[in-house]
Write a protein that binds this ligand. Structure first.
Ligand code: 4AD
Length: 459
């Protein structure tokens, strides 16, 4: 008999009434009351299904009920609707194969575990309800992003993971080498003997390689892993995280902001429609305001605020902050949180930052002091998106790069875009894990990555 997935059964159980099915999965619980037992089977779907086992129908009944949580089964049986019970249907088992027993030391035998304990068991935690919900929502969020950009005819571009340039100029990159470091006799490394014949790194952003491709397709996005060797041991920073980076030609700052707002709302709407059970579960057990917050966000208009205005607001409250506030300062998370959580109580686009705290490629504003940058700040999560209109004027770009001491040769194809049909353009980078935190209510980035990588921790 062909296997039926429990997701399909849950969706369409009325059509399976009295039909024979085969389901496969792992036991969440087995309750034995002598001649009848109930097995909750889960095959990765958010909700499992109840299997009824009757002693006189199953030769191996005694063996089955001895199995522990986590054991795997192949079960054939008949679907019976149970409109008066907690679950809308159950399966009366006729044939049960025990595929693999689960040993006593299975760490998930207990029903409730702390998030810290589960973090130590990354490979097993997706088997819990909480992480099943979180990772399902992670998957659906990625799908919604692809759907959004596909509907807008953006081309999905895969930029290299190994690179020679530091896009953000932040200098916190992981180096990639095949040189055998232990065998080096003197401390001087000869990179001409390295794999690529020069120094190589893991990318911090796909943007620099993407922009030239955008100049062929007009609208593109990347979505892939990025790496930062920052030693920020916070709940919002990971050393390996996924970034989604759209780029748009013939677009100004306002077009970029509009695209961001539309995209975030689209993804949230998609999740509210397609992950109801998961979101309700997380709303009950993880973040009691989750559903209210998500519904509020899709209805509200995000705030647009100039950096200079934000500083004026923050200066009035400077005594409440640990870090100083003045024009020119890079805002700390306490400042961002104050704006989103206390002042506006909704997402805020912060625009037109001082040029000295932003990357070289951002378009210089006419005031000579600021650039057309925009960060999207969210209550609870802080910065979700960093973006800007790009500097499309060759002379301005080159002189800014020279001012900052960048090696122009490393960026030749990037600069060439300004020589071969330049135009106003821009884009942004969305920290995918931060989005998943926001839409699941999880407050630690380590709990939205399958295998989190943070400073000092390679689980
Ligand atoms: O603001 P960032 O540094 O922007 C860029 O890298 C641009 N090149 C993107 C672009 O315009 N194409 O990073 C973008 C986003 C941040 O807003 C944040 O959400 C996330 O990436 N991010 C991190 N997420 C998790 N851990 C970290 N260490 C992160 N650093 C940045």
């Amino acid at each position: 008999m062909k296997k039926t997935s429990i997701i399909d059964l849950n969706k369409d159980y009325l059509n399976y009434d009295k039909k024979q099915v085969k389901v496969c999965g792992w036991a969440r619980t087995i309750r034995d009351s002598k001649n009848i037992a109930f097995l909750e089977l889960n095959d990765g779907s958010f909700k499992g299904c109840q299997i009824v086992l009757e002693k006189d129908k199953l030769q191996n009944y005694d063996e089955i009920v001895k199995q522990l949580t986590g054991s795997s089964f192949e079960i054939e049986g008949t679907v019976v609707l149970t409109p008066n019970a907690k679950q809308p249907y159950e399966i009366n088992a006729e044939n049960v194969i025990i595929c693999g027993n689960c040993q006593q030391d299975y760490p998930m035998q207990k029903k409730e575990h702390s998030l810290e304990f589960l973090r130590e068991n990354c490979a097993l935690r997706p088997r819990t309800n909480t992480f099943n919900a979180v990772f399902r929502i992670r998957s659906k969020s990625a799908f919604a992003i692809h759907k959004f950009f596909n509907e807008k005819n953006f081309i999905y571009v895969n930029t290299p993971i190994i690179t020679s340039s530091d896009c953000e100029g932040a200098g916190s990159m992981f180096q990639v080498t095949t040189l055998e470091l232990e065998k080096l006799e003197n401390k001087k490394l000869d990179y001409s003997k390295d794999f690529f014949g020069k120094k190589a790194y893991l990318t911090v952003s796909g943007q620099i390689d993407e922009e030239p491709i955008t100049h062929a397709f007009c609208n593109t996005y990347t979505f892939g892993p990025t790496f930062r060797a920052e030693k920020s041991n916070t709940t919002r920073h990971a050393a390996e995280f996924w970034m989604m980076e759209p780029e748009m030609c013939f677009a100004e700052l306002d077009d970029i902001i509009q695209n961001e707002e539309e995209m975030v709302k689209y993804v949230i709407k998609y999740l509210l429609e397609n992950c109801k059970d998961e979101l309700e579960f997380l709303n009950k057990f993880i973040d009691k305001n989750l559903l209210e917050r998500l519904n509020f966000v899709i209805e509200s208009e995000f705030v647009r605020l100039d950096y200079t205005e934000a500083i004026k607001i923050l200066e009035k409250e400077k005594d409440r902050f640990e870090f100083p506030v003045y024009w020119g300062v890079d805002l700390q998370s306490e400042h961002e949180r104050f704006l989103t959580e206390q002042v506006f109580k909704k997402p805020v686009f912060l625009m037109n930052y001082p040029k000295d705290i932003k990357a070289f490629y951002m378009r210089q504003n006419d005031d000579g002091k600021t650039v057309a940058a925009v960060d999207l700040l969210l209550p609870g999560v802080g910065e979700l998106i960093g973006g800007s209109q790009r500097e499309e004027r060759l002379d301005k770009l080159v002189s800014r790069m020279q001012e900052l001491g960048l090696n122009l040769k490393d960026y030749s194809s990037y600069i060439d875009c300004r020589r071969y049909g330049t135009n106003k353009h821009g884009g942004y980078g969305l920290g995918f894990e931060r989005l998943v935190m926001y839409v699941t209510g999880m407050s630690n980035i380590r709990d939205v990555c399958f295998y989190p990588r943070t400073v000092g921790n390679l689980y």
